[in-house]
Each structure stands twice: as structure tokens, then as C-alpha cells.
Design a protein around this ligand. Structure first.
Ligand SMILES: [Zn+2]
Length: 264
């Protein structure tokens, strides 16, 4: 027991540092597209490094750090400690930590900006190919591992690409109907283009045939949550036909599906 408490210090420290990294990337990458100095979202004053890393409020306007910042710090630390004690059988501890950091960044940026950035998809493709090859080469050797990873990537990308094309068709049909009804086109998409790349990345990571389960889990979960959301609106009598067309960001649901398969 004593021993466990001492060794838990390691994942707690690593988790906290990783949380800082997830927060940093999520703060600057969507806004500036590069690794710039973070600024206060309220008054745009650059943070001194020490203030930023110690999560201090902005000295210029007094605005406290966002709730997300704290949630990410705590969740990452808890996740690191948990998967230190119960490591993912597929990934092991170090690779598991890297995947958690990656999923954290994608999820935060997608939830806050409804955006999956191309640079993060590119980094994800490299990480995904490495992870997928690692997982699948244990049973059949390196070539089989790499093959299954690539097959998963192609399948994930392909399925979502087809769904995306179908969604675009529906959106075009809807835009025409709205124009005919004299309404402005609101350019909503049921499925973002970034989700297609994300499905490719997760496909590489999980490999064939597990990507199938991740997509299925993601779509079911996304559909279920949307259904509950619409049901809640109906109960509160706030429902309008627009609610049906509310954008569903599938990204986080795919991440949950992949996370479940990789870690639990
Ligand atoms: Zn400020």
C-alpha cells in the first residue's frame, strides 16, 4: 500500500504536465495554427510563462483561467493515475499515455471549435500507424501488423468519406428546399469533413477489423445522445424543426469508441 502511494506520484506528475500540454495546444493551435505564446482570451495580453504554467488569472484584466483548463488538468491526471494502475492491455503504459494526450487535444479542439485540424490529423496518422502496427504485429509479425493498420485506416477513411458525400447530398437537397421556401441556407453539415480524417487516423490506430467496432460505437452513441437531446427539447416544448438539423460533431463519439476499445 505504502509502495503504491509512492509510485503513484509518477503518473500524477506526468498527468499534470500532460494536462498543461493538452491545454496549451488547445489554446493556441486553433487560433494561430502554430505554437505561439498563449494570450488571455479576454484581453489578448500574452501570459508570462510562469503565470501560464501555474494557471494564474490574467494580470491585466483579472480573468480567471477557463473551466476547461481545470477540467483537462484533473481528468488527465486521474486518467494517468488510473491507467498506471490498470494499464491498457493493447498499448501498455507509455504508448497509452501518448494516446491519451492525443485524444485529449482532438476532443477539446473539436468540442470548442467544431474543428479537426489538418496538422493534428497528420500527426495522428503517424501515431496511428505506429500504434496499429505495434498492436497487430504481436500476433502476426511486423508486415501483417502494418498491413492491418493500413487496412483499418483505409476502411475508416472510406466509410466516413462515403457517409460525408451522402451528407453533402442531403445538405444540398435541404438548401434547395429552404431556398424554395424563401429561407436563407444555413450551411449546416451533418458530418464535418474533419471527421473523415479522424476516422482514418483511428482506423490506422485500431487496425482492421476493430475500426468497424469503433465507428459503430461512435455512430450509435452520437445518435443516442442526439435522440436524448431532441427528447429533452420536446419535453421542454422548445422543439422546432431546426433542432433536428443541429450539427452532430461525431469526432468526440468516435474518440470515445476508440478509447473504449483501446483501454477498457
Ligand atoms: Zn486578460
Amino acid at each position: 500500500m505504502e509502495m503504491m502511494n509512492v509510485t503513484l506520484v509518477i503518473p500524477v506528475i506526468l498527468g499534470w504536465i500532460s494536462g498543461l500540454f493538452i491545454n496549451y495546444v488547445s489554446d493556441v493551435l486553433p487560433l494561430t495554427r502554430r505554437f505561439t505564446r498563449p494570450t488571455c482570451p479576454e484581453c489578448q495580453t500574452p501570459f508570462p510563462l510562469a503565470d501560464y504554467l501555474t494557471l494564474r488569472a490574467c494580470r491585466n484584466c483579472g480573468k480567471a483561467r477557463s473551466l476547461r483548463t481545470w477540467v483537462v488538468q484533473i481528468l488527465t491526471t486521474v486518467a494517468f493515475a488510473y491507467f498506471w494502475l490498470h494499464p491498457s492491455k493493447a498499448l501498455g503504459i507509455p504508448l497509452g499515455m501518448i494516446v491519451i494526450i492525443y485524444f485529449g487535444i482532438i476532443t477539446v479542439i473539436d468540442l470548442e471549435h467544431r474543428l479537426i485540424l489538418h496538422p493534428t490529423s497528420l500527426v495522428g496518422a503517424v501515431l496511428g500507424f505506429f500504434v496499429g502496427t505495434y498492436i497487430h504485429s504481436r500476433t502476426g509479425g511486423l508486415l501483417v501488423g502494418a498491413g492491418k493498420s493500413l487496412l483499418g485506416g483505409i476502411f475508416g477513411f472510406g466509410v466516413m468519406f462515403l457517409l460525408y458525400q451522402f451528407g453533402t447530398l442531403v445538405a444540398r437537397f435541404r438548401a434547395r428546399k429552404m431556398q424554395a421556401a424563401g429561407q436563407a441556407d444555413d450551411e449546416e453539415e451533418a458530418l464535418g469533413g474533419g471527421d473523415v480524417y479522424l476516422a482514418g487516423v483511428l482506423g490506422l490506430m485500431l487496425g482492421w477489423p476493430f475500426i468497424w467496432d469503433a465507428i459503430l460505437l461512435g455512430v450509435l452513441l452520437g445518435g443516442l445522445i442526439s435522440f436524448l437531446f431532441i427528447a429533452a427539447l420536446l419535453v421542454r416544448r422548445r422543439y422546432s424543426s431546426d433542432a433536428l438539423m443541429t450539427f452532430i460533431p461525431y469526432g468526440p463519439y468516435f474518440i470515445i469508441g476508440a478509447f473504449y476499445l483501446l483501454f477498457l
